[in-house]
Design a binder for this molecule. Structure first.
Ligand code: PMP
Length: 285
């Protein structure tokens, strides 16, 4: 991803893609003092753009990385990057981090917080799983308690276990991993939320220790409009066996049906397909 043409917005100006570098003694590299957003633009418009920028600022507050930009400035930066790279359909990545400076210890209040925006084309997150259903491994890594980490922040540090879980999943031929939370309830995948269907009703884990995704919220509204009863609650692992359909939601994942989690199988059923199609229409509306 580093050696290519294009422009990246860094700290207020566009730089050549290849020159978008930071110093080795960047605080974030050593101590995970960074937060980010993943967004998708469709037909030149970023879906829920302002909500993503607001979440970024909130994530920064959670982990004491105060971002020196307003929502409007972040919005302008994202569109500037899309335009500079000639993109209308794109994945947009905004990153804010504590940089290098006078401190190199754990405390780093004096080091400036920096921000960058990159955008590129990114097709289906799970490849052809949209039709067949994604295959998920069950991870041994648990989503942590809100008392151990600011779990509602989209903070890079939280992705360490996600990367480990996803590497393990891919080594087993799966596209992603489902994770339980610290209490043993079904939580989410490594970068997407989960929904299940049983007897025509939808069940989705209560996001009380993980990211309540914007796509998740959009899909819950969509289900309400369609008159489909949705239960937001704690889901026990043994319930997986009784669910008929399952799908993942996320900005990158969009709505992707799931065919398998561990040894449990799900059909890529009518509701999963309908929600995936409705989401596709909505983001392009
Ligand atoms: N959970 C995690 C861990 C994620 O990284 C993401 C992607 N941001 C999501 C859920 C889904 O969030 P959203 O729908 O806002 O993209």
């Amino acid at each position: 991803y580093d050696d290519r043409d294009g422009k990246i917005w860094m700290d207020g100006k566009l730089v050549d893609w290849r020159d978008a570098n930071v110093h080795l003694l960047t605080h974030a590299m050593h101590y995970a003092s960074s937060v980010f957003e993943g967004e998708r633009a469709y037909n030149g418009k970023i879906f829920k753009s302002c909500l993503h920028s607001e979440r970024l600022l909130k994530s920064g507050e959670y982990i004491d990385v105060p971002i020196p930009y307003t929502v409007d400035e972040i919005e302008a930066a994202k569109y500037e990057v899309m335009q500079a790279n000639g993109l209308t359909d794109a994945y947009v990545r905004v990153l804010a981090w504590r940089g290098s400076g006078t401190d190199m210890g754990v405390a780093s209040q004096a080091n400036p917080v920096r921000m960058a925006v990159a955008a590129w084309e990114w097709g289906a997150y799970y490849g052809d799983a949209k039709m067949k259903g994604a295959k998920l491994d069950i991870s041994k890594w648990k989503r942590p308690s809100p008392e151990t980490i600011p779990c509602f922040a989209k903070a890079s540090g939280l992705y360490m276990i996600c990367t480990m879980a996803k590497h393990q999943a891919e080594a087993k031929g799966c596209s992603d991993a489902m994770m339980f939370d610290h209490r043993g309830y079904v939580a989410e995948a490594t970068g997407a939320n989960l929904f299940f269907v049983k007897n025509g009703e939808v069940h989705t884990p209560d996001p009380d220790c993980f990211l309540n995704g914007l796509t998740r919220q959009t899909v819950i509204d969509m289900l309400k409009e369609k008159g489909i009863k949705t239960h937001v609650r704690h889901i026990m692992p043994e319930e997986l066996e009784g669910f008929e359909q399952c799908w993942l939601t996320g900005t990158a994942a969009e709505v992707t049906p799931v065919g398998q989690i561990g040894d449990y199988n799900f059909e890529v059923g009518a509701m999963a397909r309908d929600i995936a199609e409705s989401y596709e229409k909505l983001v392009r509306a």
